[in-house]
Design a protein around this ligand. Sequence first.
Ligand code: NAD
Length: 420
Amino acid sequence: MTQSPQSAQISYNTSLKQLENAADIIKLDPAAYELLRHPLRELHVTMPVKMDNGSTKIFHGFRVQHNDARGPNKGGIRFHPDETIDTVRALASWMTWKTSVMDIPLGGGKGGVICNPKNMSLGELERLSRAYIRQLGNFIGPQKDIPAPDVYTTPQIMAWIADEYSIMHGHNQFGVITGKPLALGGSAGRGDATARGGIYCVREAAETIDLNLAGARAAIQGYGNAGSYAHKLAVELLGMKVIAVSDSSGSIYNPDGFLYEALMAHKKKSGSVTGFPEAAAISDKELLELDVAVLFPAALDSVITKTNAPDIRAKIIAELANGPTTPEADTILYKKGVYIIPDLLCNAGGVTVSYFEMVQNAYGYYWEEKEVQQRLEKKMKTAFLAVQQKSKAYNVNNRLAAYIVAVERVAEAMKLRGWY
Ligand code: NAD
């Protein structure tokens, strides 16, 4: 991910509320609950970096390890001017739940540096990335905590980090980080993995509610990495018609559907989806409320709220973005019978292929793209089924069901390890 429009202020309290709901239902042991309410470890670092004008600037950053009962911590690094420890804590805990829902042997971590990469030269960014990793030192490592790209961090930054960590240890340690370029041990299939995982879930959801997707309409909010690949794959794999898309400049609509290649070419040339020929401009509100089979929120958090939820007409909401639906909207949509594929599950294709990258790095043997896709499909289907079964067993919505799956698995690992 090169950039994310997501607000930097995701509150740790929101993630605690979701844990509390799941813990209540499964009657989680109080000690396990208390353990899961807090990150196991946090590191705060301060970094002097030489700037191009000869001055030294002091940067601050964090790395949070929420829970590694099931395996090493895993989670991205964000470079953002509004980064806070509260947000990093919240996102680290989400990673614990996400890796657990996917049943991959990893825990949850997240890192952040307070900086504005938009105002920094490439050289300054490289020096900051290397300084951050030197300060984290042995807090991270292929067996302990494996970062990845997130807001405003790129495969190039991952490459510098892999290099710096390798220098620190005297030999190549590419497995310390994922989301690397292919030439440095990245995985085939990582580019579209998030959207692809979401599309596999949509296929399962449609089967569950007996909805025919061939020729059915879809709308996509956000046309970045997740959203644009969702367009490509909704057409390629599901035979759908994408009739509306948006980005930060606006939303466009064509009832006959957009051609992926043509729209991407337009976006590459003009920098936005807006202004695409043979499309009408619509408002973002209209896009969200279109009569479609599937709505893919793939941009911001908290866009489906109690205000617009009553007007949402999609049959399925596939949450490629993190946190696009507020808890109040969740309740309204569940009552209306909208099938929500929650973010924990729907956008977990990315971390799953990151895990595949770690496995390939450890083996020193690399899979072809087809093999990555087949393994991803299997993982997504299994996770989807686990969530669906919990939803039925406890008569709860899919989001709560996903939390129940995740919390139960982490609690079981902690219990077996004798942590409570
Ligand atoms: P991105 O930066 O590549 O794309 C984001 C898109 O959203 C851009 O097209 C941007 O113009 C658009 N956007 C910004 N503000 C908007 C607005 N107000 N209305 C409509 N569109 C707007 O980011 P991404 O990697 O595609 O991530 C998108 C979401 O998916 C985020 O919530 C992210 O956390 C989540 N996610 C991404 C991945 C991944 O692997 N890329 C994995 C898990 C979750």
